[in-house]
Design a protein around this ligand. Structure first.
Ligand code: ADP
Length: 498
């Protein structure tokens, strides 16, 4: 019997393949970057052909390095950068345009128009998302309106749409030669085109963005067998698809309502499991699907997206030159006992959740002659914690399941000063999982569940291990004072861009 499960993580900057054994321990991995194409200010594209080539290459190399064969794998799962939009010809497999990446803001005017005539409110209501350039629907409309012949080909069903999960899955299962054209509920919930209740494409939303139904993939569960792989993974069931942040929630085994994880990378994403029904947000969060296992109802989540966290540390390194590596920020911050009254609000391109203010720009508040680079380093770290606090406050206000502890992963969680401060300002324990690759692990877990490699969620939960935990130590009065100061600093970022 096959002893392992594989997972492809098609990410924004790179694609990786990992293999896990029954205990959830990594046995193989390989990773390759792809080009970031920046044709104009605000535009970000990827070449889908390059992405697929990289995907095949990482699978082949990872298996080869570990002397594994496709027959050693019980299943393979897929996790991916979300919202990135690809349209291709189903007969040739050729993309009609480069992938338009989630960060791309060319659809500004499309998003703004949705809010002018009431379509925006229908999207908020039914899809759980505020109209924004971030989501796939507007990007898809842009391709249909700007690539010659695209709309006609889409109406005939010759040109088809997919996010990277769909693109990889279609190619993996044969491409033009019988490739399966499906997406999962988590990826579909980021398009502005899916009804969160029916979990199907919504005719009124398709109409609002003028998207022909014939080009859309079928929406399926996150954990089920979609088809059998060809090529390097010949014969392996392809058995999961999950957006990257949802996969991390799954890998962190946050299966109960009230359980949450935050992934601290370039930006940070906090997802709270809210259970079997979607919770609409009145406080600036996104309502999204967390996962759906075949044969079970969907599980929903509230999501808070913070644009700038780890990238603020990079800014301290690359733009100010105060440190030479990201981890050095901790050493520098430890040269002082506190922030000295200084706060950094990194609204570099406006504020995301829960504010959603595109007119905001960053500030350093509370500067005096006393402030040193140590205080700045501390304020930089504290900014990630306070931004998390704002998202958690919004979540507690939106849902009646209050956060009791936070599971964390990602590059910044190596910073113990930050982790302690995070527990202090959230006033809940912060727990770091032993496995840092929660995204790949989540996709592998979902695929393994679908084929019976793991019998049930309880087995996965029992496998979860923490490697460190931080408990709140801050005096409540001090916390409140610091929170007031942070809020004052946030106020000073607003109304900057006219
Ligand atoms: P991503 O998956 O978004 O590329 P990672 O999870 O690899 O991100 O984390 C990288 C980010 O974390 C970078 O922005 C970096 O500045 C930050 N980072 C890495 N190590 C530390 C550290 N010890 N302290 C603070 N920030 C860190």
């Amino acid at each position: 019997m096959a002893k392992y499960v594989g997972a492809i993580d098609q990410g924004t900057t790179s694609t990786r393949f990992m293999v896990f054994d029954h205990a959830g321990t990594e046995v193989a991995r390989h990773q390759l970057e792809h080009q970031q194409l920046l044709p104009r200010a605000g535009w970000v594209e990827h070449n889908p052909v390059e992405i697929w080539e990289r995907t095949s290459a990482v699978v082949k190399t990872a298996l080869g390095k570990s002397r594994l064969d496709a027959s050693d794998l019980a299943a393979v799962g897929i996790t991916n950068q979300r919202e990135t939009t690809i349209v291709w010809d189903r007969h040739t497999g050729r993309p009609l345009h480069n992938a338009i990446v989630w960060q791309d803001t060319r659809t500004d005017a499309i998003a703004a128009a949705l809010d002018r005539d009431g379509r925006g409110d229908v999207i908020r209501h039914r899809a759980g998302l505020p109209p924004a350039t971030y989501f796939s629907g507007g990007k898809l409309q842009w391709i249909l309106d700007n690539v010659r012949g695209a709309r006609e080909a889409a109406e005939r069903g010759d040109a088809i749409f997919g996010t990277p999960d769909t693109w990889v899955l279609w190619n993996l299962t044969g491409g033009p030669d019988g490739g399966v054209h499906v997406t999962d509920v988590t990826n579909a919930s980021r398009t502005m085109l899916m009804d969160l209740e029916t979990l199907d494409w919504d005719p009124e939303l398709l109409d609002a963005l003028r998207i022909p139904a014939a080009m859309l993939p079928e929406i399926r569960c996150s954990a089920e067998v979609y088809g059998t792989a060809d090529g390097v993974l010949a014969g392996v069931p392809v058995a999961s698809a999950l957006g990257d942040q949802q996969a991390a929630l799954f890998g962190q085994t946050c299966f109960q309502p009230g359980e949450a994880k935050c992934t601290y990378g370039t930006g940070s994403f906090l997802l709270l499991n809210t259970g079997a029904s979607p919770v609409p947000s009145r406080h600036g969060l996104l309502t999204t699907v967390a996962y759906r296992i075949d044969g079970h109802p969907a599980v929903y989540a509230l999501e808070g997206a913070i644009a700038v966290t780890g990238s603020l540390v990079q800014w301290l390194r690359d733009n100010l030159g105060l440190i030479s590596t990201a981890p050095e920020v901790e050493e520098l911050a430890r040269t002082v006992d506190d922030n000295g009254g200084c706060y950094v609000v990194p609204a570099f391109s406006g504020l995301f959740a829960p504010h959603w203010r595109s007119d905001a720009r960053g500030v350093i508040a509370g500067l005096t002659g006393y402030i040193t680079k140590g205080h700045l380093a501390r304020a930089v770290l504290e900014a990630s914690a306070w931004q998390t606090r704002e998202v958690v406050d919004a979540m507690n206000a939106d849902s009646d399941v209050a956060l009791r502890r936070l599971r964390v992963d990602g590059g910044m969680t190596g910073n113990t000063l930050l982790m302690q401060f995070l527990a202090d300002v959230l006033d809940v324990p912060v727990v770091r999982s032993r496995i840092t690759e929660t995204t790949c692990l989540g996709a592998a877990y979902a695929a393994g569940l679908a084929v019976g490699f793991w019998p049930e969620l309880g087995t996965l939960r029992a496998q979860w291990r923490s490697d460190a935990q931080w408990t709140p130590e801050m005096d409540p009065a001090h916390r409140e004072q610091e929170l007031r100061n942070w809020r004052k600093a946030v106020q000073r970022t607003l109304d900057w861009v006219e």
